[in-house]
Design a binder for this molecule. Structure first.
Ligand code: AMP
Ligand code: GLY
Length: 427
């Protein structure tokens, strides 16, 4: 089998690397990939937002399957372009991708299908703000309706902050057109988990559950980021909670999309808060998470590529993959200043030494300059390791992380547990 992976972040490096491990796979391409993906698979430059260009690339390479990594091309309909040309693709149609592309749509959909989520209201103009915002108490959560690259959600502590944020979103100052409508909702408390399934439109396969750490700094302080680290471990969910998530969230979502005539084919990421009242949906994404994919795929055993090919054909076989008994953890190494402005082009040292410990260093924002890997994004690397039990996986990930260096690097030292501090991390 020949496979094309579309995207160039840490998630896509992990997807391409994992697919390349399967004996059924002869060749993996990644467009555009990054400096790390280049070491594992064939990377090709290209504009991933141009669906026609991607389709002709897939055709000229003669691939059997294309996997779309990021949400933006999915929301624009890249999977429809592939399907209507008869090419096997993993990723939902534009209609399915609305679950992520419009938070207002997702909230309506959940209300229509009885899927548990935070109480919310839609604000369309400044006049709505004062009338509505106080209803939910404080802190209150404000979400730009459209795609905002992880920057569209603000938790406002009081009325003043909420009013200011609502104005900045609605007037386009904060996230441009994505904020022209905003969802305001009650702030939920509990444990946050990422529950991701692969569906062929009818049946589904639950992938190993993960937890992400969205805040920039230790102790869940600082601004939200795309994710500063993640882990996967059997202890995250009890069997009882897993059953409730499937029954209350996954099955009604897939059934609801089917009833609308837009069956969901691809990765459905359920961002959940496990509250005292049971699981509630914080968000849907229509793709694998980043950095969740790194520990998720590092823990996934079996024929992943065959499982993807089955999903693309409408014949998903969930028995092809299963979670390893080991735990996995990923520490994101970020550029100085991230999630604000950050420099690029800083030489990265120590990757080989880190991998000699048995860890895998997935690249996110990296490029080559003069034959050396340099930083080229905010989240630069995701250092990922396994271990027997979460503590060992974390120790292994941090031992490898400490061997890597670039100017200005910062990373959280408490990935994996609120109380966990890697005392030797030295930052
Ligand atoms: P979203 O993009 O909707 O997942 O929001 C980003 C992050 O904001 C989530 O991962 C949560 O950590 C947080 N968040 C979103 N909605 C809520 C909510 N209703 N209550 C508490 N935290 C939330
Ligand atoms: N790590 C969160 C996301 O991928 O949306």
């Amino acid at each position: 089998m020949k496979v094309l992976v579309v995207g160039g972040g840490g998630r896509e490096h992990a997807i391409a690397w994992r697919i390349a491990q399967d004996p059924a796979v002869r060749q993996v391409y990644c467009v555009p990939g990054n400096a790390g993906a280049m070491a594992d698979v064939s990377c090709i430059p290209g504009n991933i937002m141009d669906a026609r260009e991607m389709l002709s690339l897939a055709a000229s390479l003669g691939v059997d399957l294309t996997v779309i990594g990021p949400e933006a091309p999915l929301v624009e309909g890249i999977a429809d372009t592939f399907r209507s040309a008869g090419h096997a693709v993993v990723g939902p149609s534009a209609a399915g991708a609305r679950l992520e592309g419009s938070k207002a749509f997702a909230k309506d959909f959940m209300a229509d299908n009885g899927i548990p989520t935070a109480r919310s209201a839609l604000l369309e103009d400044l006049a709505d703000v004062e009338r509505t915002i106080g209803r939910f108490g404080y802190p209150v959560v404000l979400k730009a309706d459209g795609l905002a690259a992880g920057k569209g959600v603000v938790i406002a502590e009081d009325e003043k902050a909420a009013g200011l944020t609502a104005r900045e979103m609605l007037t386009g100052q904060m996230v441009g057109g994505a904020g022209r409508r905003i969802v305001v909702e009650e702030c939920l408390r509990g444990v946050e988990v990422s529950f991701i399934v692969l569906s062929d439109g009818a049946s589904f396969c639950a992938l190993p559950v993960t937890r992400d750490h969205k805040r920039a700094f230790n102790g869940d302080l600082g601004p939200n980021t795309g994710g500063m680290g993640a882990y996967s471990d059997a202890s995250i969910l009890s069997e009882e909670m897993r059953g409730r998530i499937v029954e209350k969230v996954v099955e009604p979502t897939l059934a609801g999309m089917h009833r609308r005539g837009t069956p969901f084919e691809g990765f459905l990421y359920c961002g959940l808060m496990l509250t005292d009242d049971g699981p509630k949906v914080l968000e849907f994404n229509v793709r694998l998470g980043d950095p969740e994919t790194q520990p998720l795929l590092y823990r996934l055993e079996g024929g992943f590529a065959e499982c993807l090919a089955g999903a693309a054909r409408g014949a998903l076989d969930s028995s092809l993959v299963h979670a390893s008994d080991l735990s996995t953890a990923c520490v994101v190494m970020a550029a100085g200043g991230y999630p604000g402005a950050y420099p690029k082009g800083k030489p990265i040292r120590g990757i080989r030494e880190a991998e000699q410990t048995g860890a895998k260093v997935f690249h996110a924002g990296t490029a080559f300059s003069g034959g050396l890997p340099v930083t080229a994004g905010g989240r630069v690397l995701g250092v990922t390791a396994r271990g027997e039990g979460l503590h060992r996986a974390l120790d292994n990930a941090y031992a490898a992380t400490r061997l890597v260096h670039f100017d200005g690097v910062h990373y959280r030292t408490d990935i994996g547990r609120p109380g966990y501090q890697d005392d030797r991390a030295g930052n």
